[in-house]
Design a protein around this ligand. Structure first.
Ligand code: SAH
Length: 352
């Protein structure tokens, strides 16, 4: 038997073409799109404003895949981590991060990751596949429901800071965001969405060319090639000067400031020349620096720098007129913090 197609892999135009091809009016595409995305229909039977025969016809041709939250863990600081099972049995993780003013969903874009940043637990898993747009979208919906159920508040922000490198799954990430921001989808404002990248110069320029409206964050961690090369192998092909050039291009086109994520480690990037290099890098375009607390993984080479060093960073950046904040990590007790997502409860699935 021919394999059924995943209906949520179709764009709105492709849906329209499908309905035209079977002699149905084009507005069926809008109806079905809403069922699939806004109303989260899990089967064709749910689509009650379509005739039974049309529903049966679609059922013969398509499937509707859905993620399943296999396990939900709650941290003592309120953070929630979901282990999300995909249609083919693979697992990714997403996180709900509550603060006083916001509820943020942190979502994954790939199963595993190919980057191998030495300080990151996800980097130790190999990349298994890209997530489809609907799998990214569904993670947001799952967190959105948890926000309502457990906090009685709406989801306010989305960050692509879970597993994987979003810009290595460019099309699906942008498709997902298109649906998340669409009125027929979740109708979230793009300025509430942040895509974080390890720093792929070419793809940052592509985002600028595509005139995206969401925010960009760059995982910098060092503005010196001699250091960055040793902790993030991707830097060998995307050196700091190339990143600076790509960011200037981004700013020129989008006029949006970029957030730099930066962890400080003892003996790695805790010297005055490291701070000076970061200040210099920050002068390229308007930006903000988030100094992130290191969340220990199993690698003993990395040890969090002292509070004093973190404060030195903040002082020097502020002196240069740059906004810098120290970000305390959340959800550490359940391995939900930055760099800790490693499907620990699912090792058999991911390391196969
Ligand atoms: N691949 C993308 C998305 C992942 S975001 C990117 O690199 O930006 C996850 C963030 O957590 C990145 O900024 C990453 O550098 C950071 N991170 C990774 N391991 C960490 C750790 N052990 N402690 C704190 N932050 C970490």
């Amino acid at each position: 038997m021919e394999q059924k197609r995943d209906i949520r892999a179709l764009t709105r135009d492709q849906l329209k073409e499908y309905f035209e091809s079977i002699g149905e009016p084009a507005f069926r595409a809008t109806q079905v799109f809403e069922w699939l995305w806004k109303k989260g229909a899990k089967s064709f039977e749910d689509m009650t404003n379509l005739s039974l025969s049309l529903r049966e016809k679609m059922q013969q041709e398509f499937v509707i895949n859905h993620i399943r939250v296999d396990e939900m863990q709650r941290s003592n600081d309120g953070t929630i981590k979901n282990a999300v099972r995909l249609y083919d049995g693979k697992v990714v993780e997403s996180v709900l991060i509550p603060t006083e003013k916001r509820i943020t969903a942190c979502v994954s874009s790939q199963v595993g990751c190919s980057l191998d940043c030495h300080f990151c637990a996800t980097g130790q898993l190999k990349r298994m596949r890209n997530l489809n747009a609907d799998e990214i979208y569904d993670q947001v919906v799952a967190v959105m429901n948890e926000a309502e159920n457990f906090f009685d508040r709406p989801l306010t922000n989305i960050v692509f800071m879970g597993m994987g490198e979003p810009l290595m799954n460019y099309k699906n990430v942008l498709d997902a965001i298109e649906k998340i921001t669409s009125p027929e989808g979740l109708n979230m404002a793009p300025r509430r969405i942040t895509v974080s990248t390890v720093g792929l110069a070419k793809m940052i320029k592509k985002l600028a060319d595509d005139e995206v409206k969401f925010n960009l964050a760059l995982s910098l961690h060092s503005a010196r090639d001699v250091v960055r090369d040793t902790i993030m192998p991707i830097n060998l092909k995307n050196p700091v000067a190339d990143l600076a050039e790509a960011l200037k291009y981004w700013y020129q086109k989008t006029k949006k400031r970029v957030t730099y994520e930066y962890v400080v480690w003892k003996g790695v990037n805790d010297q005055p020349e490291d701070i000076a290099a970061l200040v210099k890098f920050c002068n390229h375009i308007p930006c903000k620096v988030n100094l992130i607390e290191y969340n220990p993984t199993d690698d003993e080479r990395f040890v969090k720098a002292s509070e004093e060093i973190y404060n030195q960073y903040v002082n020097e950046l502020e002196k240069a007129g740059i906004v810098a904040k120290i970000r305390r990590s959340r959800g550490k007790d359940i391995d939900a913090a930055c760099g800790q997502l490693a499907n620990k409860n699912e090792l058999t699935t991911v390391s196969e």
